[in-house]
Ligand binder design. Structure first.
Ligand code: NAD
Ligand code: UDP
Length: 338
């Protein structure tokens, strides 16, 4: 193996799937994670899928001296940076925690990379950086305007990394703006593990389906959309994982900073999503329409052409496959990795 990648947040949802993709593509993987929102049990599952074990270092990214030691100890040539807190509602209630963790981690990582002479970085950004007033499909040139502290942390980190690449032409940086990641590895061995009651639609529906939650509340059916419910661009986490690999390969050959949307380019309404889950599980889901959730935008989906042209990456999995894989994981692991 001649390529060694540091995956921060690699025991988390998207990080674990990307670790699988990297190991399968012949990369050595070093994971750094403090397990604030994940379990180290994922490591043996990754090994079960790939037959290969990532190296695991339990550490907080904000601890720059420990992270610098990791770079000294292993022959790391690139970094995929997932580590961060991601709950929008919590970020509104505890903004300092989000600015400290997310900005602190990114800055500390970049400093450790500078000290170590590693300058290839893929960063997990989000479609939440776009202004809610942009019409869909949203392309990478659309106006930015995050509306909550979580989205702001992504926006500020994007700005910082863009400046880093402008200041030193040796850097190769990819900013990946994910739309709505769902699904799980087809083995059902790894998947998303929400702490407490989920806020996002798919994890919530799945917990209603396994009867952990009583019913789904549909936040509004009076939007200006064909069925009145909000439309989002759901993308399979395994497709996202492939997207990271494609971005890394591009950055290994190209300097500068680059932005790519990772989405399917197709919108699915809340009702269509629920119908698909019902089809997968073979029964109806208890549900009730309630008022709109504050801050929700009626329609958001990606223009995914740039990733297709520059990375030869396209999301391949259908919404049915996303829901089937998510259900397979949920059914096999009703309590996550516990
Ligand atoms: P996740 O919570 O499952 O994974 C994040 C990982 O980072 C966790 O394992 C957590 O323990 C770790 N972590 C957090 N702070 C850390 C710190 N200071 N030091 C070390 N480790 C730390 O989340 P995910 O869904 O896999 O998301 C990965 C990244 O993608 C995040 O940055 C998130 O903001 C971004 N993102 C996620 C979504 C989504 O819907 N899942 C959408 C857009 C962007
Ligand atoms: N949603 C819902 N009930 C829930 C959770 C979400 O009706 O319990 C709706 C929400 O209003 C939005 C869509 O599902 O229109 C997707 O929500 P999610 O939080 O998953 O993604 P985001 O809105 O952040 O893109």
């Amino acid at each position: 193996m001649d390529k060694c990648t540091l995956v921060t947040g690699g025991t988390g949802y998207i990080g674990s799937h990307t670790t699988v993709a990297l190991l399968e593509a012949g990369y050595q993987v070093i994971i750094v994670d403090n397990l604030v929102n994940s379990s180290d049990k994922v490591l043996s599952r990754i090994e079960k899928i790939t037959g290969l074990a990532p190296i695991f270092v339990r550490a907080d990214l904000r601890d720059t001296s420990t992270i610098t030691k990791v770079f000294k100890e292993y022959p790391i040539t690139s970094v995929v940076h997932f580590a961060g807190l991601k709950a929008v509602k919590e970020s509104v209630e505890e903004p300092t925690k989000y600015y400290d963790n997310n900005l602190g981690s990114a800055l500390s990582l970049v400093k450790a990379m500078e000290t170590s002479g590693v300058s290839t970085l893929v960063f997990s950004s989000s479609a939440t950086v776009y202004s809610p007033f942009e019409d869909s499909p949203v392309d990478e040139g659309a106006t930015l305007g995050p509306t909550n502290p979580y989205g702001m942390t992504k926006y500020f980190i994007e700005r910082m990394l863009t400046d880093v690449a402008l200041g030193d032409k040796d850097w190769s940086i990819g900013l990946l703006r994910y739309f709505n990641p769902i699904g799980a590895h087809s083995t059902g061995l790894i998947g998303e593990m929400p702490r407490g009651t989920p806020n996002n639609l798919v994890p919530y529906v799945m917990q209603v389906a396994i009867e952990k939650l009583e019913k789904l509340y549909i936040f509004g059916d009076d939007y200006e959309t064909p069925d009145g419910t909000c439309i989002r661009d759901y993308v399979h986490v395994v497709d996202l994982a492939r997207g990271h690999l494609a971005a890394l390969r591009f950055l290994e050959k190209t300097k500068g900073s680059h932005i790519w949307n990772l989405g399917t380019g197709k919108g699915t309404s809340v009702l269509e999503l629920i119908q698909t889950v019902e089809e997968v599980i073979g029964k109806s889901i208890p549900k009730e329409v309630v008022g709109r959730r504050s801050g929700d935008v009626p329609i958001v989906y990606a223009d995914a052409e740039k990733a297709s042209e520059e990375l030869s990456w396209r999301a391949e999995n259908t919404i049915l496959k996303m829901c089937a894989d998510h259900w397979n994981w949920q059914k096999q692991n009703p309590d996550g990795y516990q």
